[in-house]
Design a protein around this ligand. Structure first.
Ligand code: UDP
Length: 412
C-alpha cells in the first residue's frame, strides 16, 4: 500500500508539503521501526496506519511491528494502563514477571530488526520493556506515551520507571503529562488523516444508507459517542446524560465501539452498557468490526453533537474526528480533550452527566451557534490536528536525535 503526501495538497497549503519533503530529505534511507501492541482498534493503530506510509513517502525506511502476548499479559498491561491513568490498581510481582517474560519473548523475535534500526519508537507501556532487551542496539530509541500519565498511581510508575528511563527521549501529548525522567521529553499531540476512510467526505446517499442500516430516525436529534467500551470513556455517564435530556425532549443516542485486541475489559463494560440501555429504542449500542471506518465516519457526520465524555484521556482522536466533520463536541474535562475543546468555540468541557446534559440541551436549542461552532471546529483541526503537523514534529525530532545536537534545549 502507498500513501502520498502530494494527495494532501489542497487540504493544507503547499509550503507545508514542501517543508515535510525538505525535512524528509535530511533523513533519506534512515530506518525507523514503530512498535505497539495492536494492529487495529484504538488511536495508536489509527495513527500508525498512515504514519508508516507517509514516512516512507518522504524517504524513510519505515516499519511497524506489533508485539504479541497471551490474555494474562494483556490483563497485566491493562492494569498498568489503568494505574498510569491514576486508577488505584494492585499489580503483583508475578504479574510484573509476566510483563517481563512476554517482552522477552517478543525481543527474541524483534531483536534483529530493532538492533539495526536507526530510530525505534516504542508506543505505550506494553512493549516498553524491549529497550533493556536489546543491549546491542545501534539507533536512538524513543518512548511515546499516548495515555494520560499526569497523576499515575505511584506504585505503577515506580515499577515502570526502570523500563522507560533508558530511552533517549520520550514523547507525551501535552505538558501536563511530562514526568521527571533522565532524558529529553517532547510534546507532540496526535492528529488525524483527513483523507482516510474515517475522515474523508462522504456523499449524502451513503449517510442515508447508514441511517437506515442502524434504524436512526431522520427527525430526532442524534448524539454520537464512538469509543472502545472502556470505563475511562464513561459510556454509562453518556447514557445518564442522554436520559436527562430525553426526559425533556426527543433525542437519540448512538454508542458505537469495537474491541482492541490489547483491551481485555471491553466485554464487561459492553455488558454494563447494554444493561443500562435495555428497553430504550432510542439508544443504539453498536458493536462494530475493526474496519468499520466509513460507518464511523458516517455516524459522526449524521450526529448533531459528538460526545466524548471520558474521565481520563491521553488525547481522544474521536474528538478531533468529530470537530473535523464540523460538529461541536462535548467532552470530558480531562487530559488531551482539553487541547481540543475550547468552550463556546469548538465545543464544551464537562465533568458530570448533568453538565453534559445541560450543554447538549443548550446546543440543541441554538442551531445557528452550533453551525458556527462547527465551522470553527474544522478550522481549529486544520491548524493543529492534521497529520502533516504531527509528521513534521516527528521528523524534526528524528533529525535532532540523529544529528547528535544537544536536545535538552530544544522544544517541539
Ligand atoms: N475507533 C474505531 N472503532 C471503534 C472505536 C473506535 O475505529 O469501534 C477508532 C476511533 O474512531 C478513533 C480511535 O479508534 O480513531 C480511538 O482513538 P482515541 O484516541 O479516541 O481513543 P483510544 O481508543 O486510543 O483510547
Amino acid at each position: 500500500m502507498t500513501k502520498l503526501l502530494s494527495a494532501y495538497q489542497g487540504v493544507v497549503n503547499e509550503t507545508v508539503i514542501s517543508q515535510l519533503r525538505q525535512l524528509g530529505s535530511r533523513l533519506t534511507g534512515r530506518s525507523v521501526v514503530h512498535v505497539n501492541s495492536t494492529r487495529e482498534g484504538g488511536g495508536v493503530a489509527e495513527i500508525l496506519d498512515w504514519m508508516i506510509l507517509l514516512m516512507r513517502d518522504v524517504g524513510l525506511d519505515a516499519h511497524w511491528e506489533v508485539i504479541t502476548g497471551n490474555s494474562d499479559f494483556f490483563s497485566v498491561t491493562k492494569k498498568i494502563h489503568n494505574g498510569l491513568q491514576g486508577f488505584p490498581v494492585n499489580i503483583s510481582k508475578r504479574e510484573w514477571q509476566i510483563y517481563r517474560e512476554v517482552n522477552e519473548e517478543n525481543a527474541v523475535r524483534l531483536r534483529p530488526i530493532l538492533k539495526e534500526a536507526d530510530l525505534v519508537v516504542i508506543h505505550d507501556p506494553q512493549p516498553a520493556g524491549l529497550l533493556g532487551l536489546c543491549p546491542d542496539r545501534q539507533g536512538k530509541w524513543i518512548w511515546r506515551a499516548h495515555i494520560d500519565v499526569s497523576r499515575p498511581a505511584r506504585s505503577v510508575w515506580r515499577e515502570l520507571l526502570p523500563f522507560v528511563s533508558g530511552y533517549d527521549a520520550s514523547i507525551f501529548s501535552m505538558s501536563q503529562f511530562a514526568q521527571p525522567l533522565p532524558h529529553p521529553q517532547f510534546l507532540i499531540p496526535p492528529s488525524i488523516d483527513p483523507m482516510s476512510p474515517k475522515n474523508m467526505e462522504l456523499d449524502p446517499e451513503e449517510l442515508d444508507s447508514v441511517r437506515h442500516q442502524y434504524n436512526l430516525a431522520p427527525d430526532k436529534p442524534l448524539l454520537v459517542q464512538i469509543s472502545r467500551f472502556d470505563r475511562f470513556k464513561d459510556p454509562l455517564g453518556v447514557v445518564a446524560a442522554y436520559r436527562l435530556v430525553r426526559a425533556i425532549q426527543p433525542v437519540q443516542l448512538v454508542l458505537a465501539g469495537g474491541g482492541a485486541t490489547d483491551d481485555p475489559e471491553g466485554k464487561e463494560v459492553l455488558d454494563e452498557v447494554l444493561e443500562a440501555a435495555a428497553g430504550d429504542p432510542d439508544i443504539h449500542v453498536l458493536l462494530l468490526p475493526p474496519d468499520a471506518h466509513r460507518t464511523i465516519n458516517a455516524l459522526q457526520r449524521l450526529a448533531d453533537i459528538v460526545i466524548q465524555k471520558s474521565t481520563r484521556e491521553g488525547f481522544g482522536l474521536t474528538v478531533t474526528e468529530g470537530l473535523w466533520k464540523g460538529k461541536p463536541v462535548i467532552g470530558g474535562d480531562t487530559g488531551g480533550i482539553r487541547l481540543q475543546l475550547v468552550n463556546y468555540h469548538t465545543g464544551f468541557l464537562v465533568n458530570t452527566a448533568e453538565g453534559a446534559a445541560h450543554r447538549i440541551r443548550f446546543l440543541l436549542h441554538h442551531e445557528s451557534l452550533r453551525n458556527k461552532m462547527g465551522i470553527k471546529a474544522r478550522e481549529f483541526v486544520r491548524e493543529h490536528f492534521l497529520l502533516t503537523r504531527q509528521l513534521r514534529e516527528y521528523l524534526t525530532l528524528f533529525h535532532i536525535l540523529s544529528s547528535g545536537v544537544d536536545s535538552s534545549a530544544i522544544y517541539i
